[in-house]
Design a protein. Structure first.
Lengths: 552, 332, 347
């Protein structure tokens, strides 16, 4: 890691707020999401608050003791989700990038391609081309919910805090941060930073940026509101170059949120310009300045020589896209692109064998799953939902469709995250049990359709087809696949209205906070932004968890 | 009637057709199931967006008022704003138009340039190997789906041999000129070279069908002509064979060929849509497909109007050329 | 409608033309394959078997490089190994990425192409001929109006209009029961031959696609029918019939239509070829109501061109052969019956 990102926050401070589990978990290593200070556990399973395990899929409710810590509550939430199966649990995505030998770069687990961290290895590495699977949906950094857009706008916009490649929290536009009282945290804003337009960065800009995200009445109704979960607003501190951020309740992971989300914009620039203009231009503080923007085709940045830190190593960055993986691979092999995303497993060896390219892979913070809407037939039946999980051979999917580039999941939270429940095993492949459960649910003979984006996630269409194929193999269910445009599907799912979402859809959710709550809440809690579920026990357990501090 | 009057008449007819095109696009939203806003709005539209759409469509007003508003706005070049990105529809569509035109023109040049000589050779060397080769090629050429051909070409020439880039478009043709003007001949030549590299595979892919088609037509047309009595007569007069072939027979063959070319323009544009998709060529075809997939109604509407209108204009041109070659048409 | 003289011409042309013979063989083969698909396919084309995915066709067994990943001490390690991939006789043309049999999918894909090709052409013909006959027979304002309407239809390239319509109307499809399977004829034959049973008991008829391709192609038929109507209405016997007070419908039906049959038939074969190509383009782009289609398989195979080229190649070859066959038949009909037909119809 280059010395540009000097973590000037003390390690103790970081641990205090986010829990030791976060620090250890990040390199994607195996092992269980542990609790903070308990290190010796019976059997080493790190699961202090759960009694010894029951067989997976056993749907006779067991009487379990009430958890006592935040970790315990989150693990309980994961158990409830596992047993009630609002999802078809699929895999942890591996980020498989192809990289040219012209540049030095390493992949991050949170899927952000940090162009600032790229250095040229040869002369032609000075102008870097990134080829994604999608382009942006507009350049307003606060009006989107998709990683491909992040990979474009976040080269030029910055946040209050940041993360390094392993996930540790760093300062950025905020030079330090502290808790003031319950529900209020304070960020001190660094001096001497200016936007690309020349305007100085002021605390008013910061407060406005936060409010524009969390308050629907300020600026736009931003779909990122739940990313800054629990945050209610921000205010400039009188007399200080600082901003206070208010939250509902304790908000245990608020700093973690600001390390992953919350781009800072120029208040006057936003307020004086039209929506269409904001979506086609950029005024940020980041290491790259927008040079040209061809909507849906390509975005070109130049190095910001007035950047408040050391200027970037590369002089220009072009982001383009191709939804066909083969097109991306060919662009890498022919030298047109320097970084490509989502290399399908069958092309990995071709890229490795090629002289000018190699693979950069890492387990991602993204979980791939199928959401099943609890409010429609046949997915309102837990038996039917469990049946779908039994019907698929997840191991075979990981082996054959993903060629081992993925991990099976049994719960919404990924291994290594805070709140991961190590006692839960993936649903086994049991078509007979599946058929029996379908009968039990009363929905025998039903027809269902799985909506999937195309080319957004690693082999997303193949996974969807395999899932539908397995379900279709059952005697009493008919299943098929509906291929959708990702932007359209994402729009339907993230608009805050469950009724516009397809009944059954494949999605990937990247949670770069390494904390279970930021997956469980938006996707599964009754009031989550893109929730597909509503369950009282689950809601209760989550609310308990969020009212407790993250340290023991 | 005179040539000028003929052109005028065709021109007026063309305007009527354009009006028809525009009207059909207007009607399209009403023949989809559900109410007009549902048909037109993106599925994730917020209630505010829906209200805005309803207001824009003027749904509270009687149908004929909506229609007149629509026509009036069109005449002013206002085709609304994209529901997805907020960008002006007309500017977005017109910015993508040159790419598609380039592709269509390039393929047509390839097609005409190759097929007419091929057809003539095939007709004049009937039953010789050259003929068999040409007829086989043209038969396969009109039977091969162009997206498959494109994929195979990418596999061979881009992936295996690395001669051509796999997709995209570096510079526009016009842009290359601008570069030459601003940065001198060297930079300009390089820009042209890049433009050529990127357009070759798509143009060949798109042009193959037409090359095959026109070869067949030229061949059969020439065969017919060469068998005609006037050819025998001129041969008897002692004119050199080549003169006969090219001047008379070819000219008379070109007339049906051009007719067909005009009729086939639709295929050309349709084929362009697919070719653009295979090669990620940023033209109107890609815009159309994206607009449909994301239900971005203003862009869809704008694209259809531009394609339809452009098509009518080109047909007019073809008619004009046709009439020039065959004065009999004008006389009818 | 088909006079003995016509039949004679057909036979004569067939005898002298090798290409015509080839065309007929290809078309007959396609019809038989489509009709008897449950008997000819080796497996159920929708059966997936992930363990047997991406198998090469017979004769192409090969060694490939495979890369797998494993978490070792907190970081991801990639292992390259050389793997020998064996073709099996049960999948003579290989399998696709879901382990489905490529050959069986090609066989069933013929059904989709044939159904859409024939039914779409039928729809276009019925629509177009009706409009054309009326326009040509009545002339005057009716003719002008209808022909302007035709011009406007033609102003949209067929594919563009088809995509727009399908995008707006959705991809409705109908499940048609497969008579062979439903009547239990298939399993006994297959068991006797030692083939696995369990063929699909219905197939998907992409209704919207058929309607749309019919709608975008009616104009060609209209023009031909109109031309015929224009010339035939001047014939003496037609004038006589009108003078005698025969109804217009009767005249059109008894005199005009039968004489127009020949050029309409030639056009129809050309159209079938064009519609097969159009359908494959639509399903390639994802605008079809069925996944058992050659175009769809090609789009699925795109990601595997360098590693499993057969997935995209086999359906592509199928399309080429089918369309060549139809085009050759079209040539035969045209050469035998009416060499004066211009144009190749639209796509």
């Amino acid at each position: 890691m280059s010395d540009k990102d000097s973590p000037d926050v003390s390690r103790r401070k970081f641990l205090g707020f986010a829990g030791a589990a976060t620090a250890t978990a990040v390199a994607g290593c195996g092992g269980n999401g542990g609790t903070d200070t308990d290190t010796d556990q019976p059997g080493g399973n790190g699961d202090t608050d759960e009694p010894t395990d029951t067989p997976t899929g056993d749907d006779t409710p067991t009487e379990r003791p009430e958890p006592e810590t935040r970790d315990g509550y989150l693990q309980r939430a994961n158990r409830v989700a596992h047993e009630q199966a609002p999802w078809v649990f699929l895999n942890r995505q591996y980020s498989v990038y192809g990289k040219s030998e012209d540049i030095e770069w390493q992949a991050r687990a949170d899927e952000f391609i940090d162009a600032y961290a790229i250095s040229p290895a040869t002369d032609s590495g000075d102008d870097v081309v990134i080829n994604q699977s999608q382009m942006d949906s507009g350049l307003d950094p606060q009006d989107h919910r998709a990683t491909p857009t992040d990979n474009i706008v976040m080269q030029a916009y910055e946040k209050l805090l940041d993360r390094d490649r392993e996930g540790a929290i760093l300062t950025s536009l905020a030079e330090d941060y502290s808790r003031q009282e319950d529900g209020v945290v304070r960020f001190h804003i660094r001096d001497g930073i200016s936007f690309h337009s020349g305007d100085d960065l002021t605390p008013e800009d910061v407060a406005y940026s936060v409010n524009r995200i969390v308050d629907p009445d300020t600026g736009i109704a931003s779909p990122q509101q739940d990313q800054l979960a629990g945050v209610t607003g921000a205010e400039v501190v009188d007399g200080e170059r600082a901003v206070d951020v208010m939250s509902d309740g304790l908000n245990p992971i608020v700093f973690s949120l600001f390390a992953s989300y919350g781009p800072i914009v120029n208040k006057s620039w936003i307020q004086t310009n039209e929506n269409a203009y904001i979506n086609q231009n950029i005024d940020g503080t980041g290491p790259f300045v927008l040079e040209t923007y061809e909507q849906g085709v390509e975005v070109v940045f130049n190095r910001n020589d007035n950047y408040w830190k050391e200027a970037a190593d590369i002089s220009s960055l072009t982001v383009t896209s191709a939804s066909e993986s083969s097109t991306r691979v060919n662009s890498l092999l022919s030298g047109e692109a320097d970084i490509i995303v989502n290399v399908p497993p069958q092309e990995v060896s071709r890229i490795e064998e090629n002289d000018g390219s190699s693979i950069a892979a890492t387990p991602s913070t993204r979980v791939i799953f199928n959401a099943m809407r609890y409010d429609v037939e046949p997915f309102d039946s837990p038996e039917f939902r469990q049946a779908v999980n039994y019907a698929i051979d997840l191991e075979s999917i990981v082996q054959n469709v993903l060629s081992t580039f993925g991990d099976q999941t049994a719960q919404p939270t990924l291994d290594g995250f805070f709140g991961f429940n190590g006692d839960l095993d993936p649903y086994p492949y049991d078509p007979e049990q599946a058929e029996a459960l379908v009968e039990e649910s009363g929905y025998a003979g039903v027809e269902v359709e799985l909506h999937t984006p195309v080319g957004r996630y690693l082999n997303d269409v193949e996974i969807a087809q395999a899932v539908a194929g397995y379900l279709d193999d059952l005697e009493n269910v008919t299943a098929s696949v509906n291929q959708r445009d990702f932007q359209a599907l994402a729009g339907e799912v993230t608009d805050g209205d469950i009724e516009t979402s397809p009944h059954w859809y494949l999605l990937g959710w990247g949670n770069a906070t390494f904390d279970a709550s930021q997956t469980l809440i938006p996707l599964l809690k009754s009031d989550g932004v893109l929730t597909s579920w509503s369950n009282d026990e689950f809601d209760r357990v989550i609310e308990e968890a969020q009212s407790m501090p993250s340290e023991q | 009637m005179s040539y000028g009057r003929f052109l005028l008449k065709r021109g007026l007819q063309g305007i009527v057709v354009v009006w028809g095109v525009v009207s059909i696009v207007f009607v399209l939203r009403f023949i989809t199931p559900g109410n007009a806003v549902d048909a037109v709005a993106p599925l994730d539209a917020s209630p505010e967006l829906r209200e805005r759409i309803a207001a824009e469509l003027g749904l509270d007003q009687p149908l004929y008022v909506q229609y007149l508003d629509y026509l009036w706005e069109l005449l002013q070049g206002d085709m609304g704003y994209s529901y997805i990105s907020g960008i002006e529809a007309s500017s977005m569509v017109f910015s993508k138009l040159p790419a598609t035109i380039e592709l269509a023109v390039a393929s047509s040049i390839i097609a005409i340039g190759l097929s007419i000589p091929l057809g003539v050779i095939s007709a004049t060397r009937r039953h010789e190997p050259a003929d068999y080769a040409a007829t086989t090629f043209s038969l396969v050429g009109i039977s091969t789906p162009n997206f498959w051909l494109g994929i195979m070409l990418i596999l061979l020439l881009s992936v295996q041999f690395g001669i051509f880039p796999t997709s995209g478009r570096a510079f526009g043709f016009v842009e290359a000129f601008r570069i030459a003007a601003n940065q001198g001949v060297g930079a300009g030549a390089d820009a042209f070279y890049q433009w050529l590299r990127f357009i070759t595979l798509p143009a060949v892919t798109l042009g193959t069908y037409f090359t095959a088609l026109i070869t067949r037509l030229t061949r059969s047309g020439m065969l017919e002509e060469l068998g005609q009595s006037y050819v025998r007569a001129t041969r008897a007069k002692g004119l050199p064979e080549s003169l006969i072939r090219y001047k008379h027979a070819l000219r008379n063959t070109l007339i049906p060929v051009i007719t067909v070319l005009g009729l086939q323009l639709g295929t050309l544009i349709g084929g362009a849509v697919i070719t653009e998709s295979v090669f990620s060529w940023p033209g109107l075809g890609t815009t159309l497909i994206n607009a449909i997939n994301t239900r971005d109604w203003p862009i869809l509407q704008a694209t259809l109007v531009v394609i339809g209108t452009g098509f009518v204009i080109v047909n007019l041109v073809v008619d004009a050329v046709y009439a020039y070659l065959d004065p009999q048409v004008v006389a009818e | 409608m088909i006079s003995p003289r016509t039949l004679r011409n057909l036979r004569k042309e067939l005898r002298s033309s090798a290409l015509a013979k080839i065309g007929i063989v290809l078309v007959l083969a396609m019809i038989l394959i489509a009709a008897f698909a449950p008997f000819i396919a080796l497996h159920n084309p929708t059966n997936q078997n992930l363990d047997e995915n991406n198998l090469p066709p017979m004769g192409f067994s090969r060694t490939t490089e495979e890369t797998t990943s494993e978490m070792v001490n907190g970081s991801l390690e990639l292992t390259n190994e050389t793997v020998y991939v064996n073709a099996t006789a049960s999948h003579p043309m290989g399998t696709n990425s879901l382990g489905q049999d490529v050959y069986s999918r090609a066989v069933y894909g013929a059904r989709t192409s044939m159904m859409v090709g024939v039914l779409g052409t039928l729809l276009a013909a019925v629509l177009g001929v009706s409009v054309g006959l009326v326009a040509g027979f009545y002339r005057g304002r009716v003719d002008d109006a209808l022909m302007r309407f035709a011009d406007v239809s033609l102003a949209f390239p067929s594919l563009v209009l088809a995509i727009a319509l399908i995008g707006l109307w959705g991809r409705a499809a109908v499940d048609v029961p497969d008579p062979f399977v439903v009547f239990g004829l298939v399993d006994p034959v297959r068991s006797a031959l030692g083939l696995p049973t369990g063929m699909p008991d219905s197939f998907v008829l992409p209704g919207t696609v058929i309607v749309v391709v019919g709608l975008v192609n009616w104009v060609w038929f209209a023009r031909i029918a109109r031309g015929e109507a224009l010339s035939i209405r001047e014939e003496e016997y037609v004038k006589a019939a009108r003078a005698l007070g025969a109804s217009d419908a009767r005249i059109i039906g008894r005199h005009v239509l039968p004489n127009a049959t020949t050029p309409i038939l030639v056009l129809a074969t050309i159209q079938v070829a064009a519609i097969i190509l159009l359908e494959s383009s639509l399903s390639f782009l994802g605008f079809s109501g069925t996944t058992l289609s050659w175009g769809f398989d090609i789009s699925q195979g795109r990601a595997y061109l360098s590693t499993a080229w057969w997935i995209a190649t086999v359906p592509g070859l199928a399309i080429v052969l089918a369309v060549i066959g139809v085009n050759l038949v079209g040539d035969w009909l045209r050469d035998a019956l009416d060499p004066g037909i211009e144009g190749e119809g639209g796509v």
